[in-house]
Write a new protein. Structure first.
Length: 493
């Protein structure tokens, strides 16, 4: 049975309070818009299919040995045929399910027309050799064998992988190249079902091919017209009342900030990015900037609801007269991500979440160096007409070493943003502890591997350069900004 619900139909049904039968009649809609009308589903697209799960590849005996091909792929998005990019033909690619101490071998085959490579975002692994090495470039038609070794104490959490070839990252991720990585907990947390929700956005042209981005869109950071969950447009998830599920949510959007809400249901945050909170945090809203992930328990209430992302004001790319004086704000808009339908017999309550070890707190550590990183958008380095995206006044140069740190040391970095737009700052290999925001000390222990630095604001982070030496990068995770040069190199030695 197909449930093609266009935005218009949904509004009409919602307005009339009609009860529609779906999924073979097992579930009833308790009004289609308990949390407001569905938004962000353009005319001509359908929605409401059951949420699917990407293929899962699981390590066995401490090893995951897999092939990963990056290539053009055919997809059906919102009922329409689309030509996208995919890992192993999927949108998203397979979910890698790992454990601390695992070895992961990935034979990457580049079936694209352009160079690519692979980054395992957030994994605490070596950046050297055939590890998570950003200097690796895989030409069209070529292959490369990556190998990652997760330390025995690797934190559990949600991670992800995507291409990282400088200059093409935004286009390749926007086209569909991303997938989730889950590192399992040591002691399982009881749930009735686990789901991965990879959230991405994309724009398709009339022929179903992925639309390119204009210079102005790249400057702002492109936001796709369609916001997808596991490659699907506004799919449906079905739960029984009181049922507790675990959702692993990835923000794989090139630039879009997510402010997730699911009103009427209980959300318990287990962690953001890597590691665990000591005890779950009860939340109403989860903010994920590009690259962030959330690990969350969802306990359904009695009524159906809409999983939404609310508009977020990222500010303005001040372009002066260069781009025709455009000063459009990148505010995004409220978007329906999925419908959660509740029906059937109430589920029995599950055991409380076991208390987790307290996260490391670097506020008591000796800081061996303090640095400042300044994020700016201004005239290009060579005075050209394109806007330049810089860190400490410099655009990315892979041949230049920007920051050298002592392996094993703890540093404090002040991230300053003098521009009119937010920049989500990401460091590879080592997560960051936020110790102050806007000059005020952070009272909680907050870890992220992507930290938002608000327009005109500043954030201080502490970083422990533990376990690995080697060279890698940090950058703005608005991938258009990264491609435009807002990236630097770092060596731990
Ligand atoms: Cu998710 Cu350097 O990237
Ligand atoms: Cu990364
Ligand atoms: Cu940026």
């Amino acid at each position: 049975m197909t449930r093609a619900i266009t935005r218009r139909t949904a509004l009409v049904l919602g307005g009339l309070g009609v009860v529609a039968v779906a999924g073979g009649g097992a579930l009833l809609w308790a009004g289609l818009n308990p949390a407001g009308p569905r938004t962000g589903i353009p005319d001509g697209f359908t929605s409401g299919d059951d949420l699917s799960q990407p293929t899962e590849l699981r390590s066995t005996g401490g090893l995951l040995d897999m092939a990963l091909s990056a290539a053009p792929a055919a997809a059906t998005i919102g009922g329409r045929a689309a030509s996208v990019l995919g890992y192993n033909g999927g949108l998203p690619g397979p979910t890698l399910r790992l454990r601390a101490g695992d070895r992961v071998r990935v034979a990457l085959k580049n079936g694209l027309a352009d160079p690519t490579n692979l980054h395992v975002h957030g994994l605490h692994v070596s950046p050297e050799g055939n590890g998570d090495n950003m200097a690796v470039m895989v030409a069209a038609g070529e292959s490369f064998d990556y190998e990652y070794r997760l330390p025995a104490n690797h934190p559990p959490g949600v991670y992800w992988y995507h291409p990282h070839h400088h200059g093409t990252v935004a286009d390749q991720v926007f086209g569909g190249l991303y997938g989730a990585i889950v590192v399992d907990d040591r002691a399982p947390i009881e749930t009735s079902r686990e789901r991965v929700l990879v959230i991405s956005d994309i724009t398709l042209d009339g022929a179903g091919t992925v639309a390119g981005a204009s210079a102005a869109q790249r400057m702002q950071g492109r936001e796709g017209e369609l916001v997808l969950v596991n490659g699907q447009l506004a799919p449906t998830l079905s739960l029984r009342p009181g049922e507790r599920e675990r959702w692993r949510i990835v923000n794989a959007c090139v630039s879009r900030y997510l402010r997730l809400r699911l009103d009427g249901h209980r959300l318990q945050l287990l962690g953001i990015d890597s590691g665990r909170l000591e005890k779950p945090a009860e939340v109403d809203e989860i903010v994920l900037v590009p690259g962030n992930r959330a690990d969350v328990l969802v306990t359904s209430g009695s009524g159906s609801a809409i999983l939404r992302t609310l508009a977020y004001d990222r500010g303005t790319a001040t372009s002066g007269g260069m781009m025709g004086g455009s000063r459009q704000r990148a505010t995004g808009s409220d978007v329906t991500l999925a419908t959660v339908m509740v029906g059937g017999d109430p589920a029995a309550a599950l055991a409380a979440v076991p208390r987790q070890p307290a996260p490391t707190d670097l506020r008591g550590s000796t800081v061996t160096a303090r640095r400042e990183l300044d994020f700016a958008m201004g005239m290009g380095m060579n005075g050209g007409s394109m806007m330049g995206f810089t860190i400490n006044g410099q655009e990315f140069d892979p041949g230049r070493l920007d920051t050298t740190v002592l392996a094993g040391s703890v540093e404090e970095w002040t991230l300053r943003n003098g521009s009119g737009m937010d920049h989500p700052f990401h460091l590879h290999v080592w997560p960051m502890q936020i110790v102050a925001q806007g000059g005020a000390a952070e009272t909680d222990v907050v870890w992220r591997d992507v930290v938002n630095v608000p327009a005109g604001g500043q954030v201080a982070v502490r970083i422990g350069f533990a376990d690995f030496a080697g060279r890698t990068v940090y950058h703005c995770h608005i991938l258009d900004h990264e491609d435009a040069g807002m990236m630097g190199t770092i060596l731990a030695r």
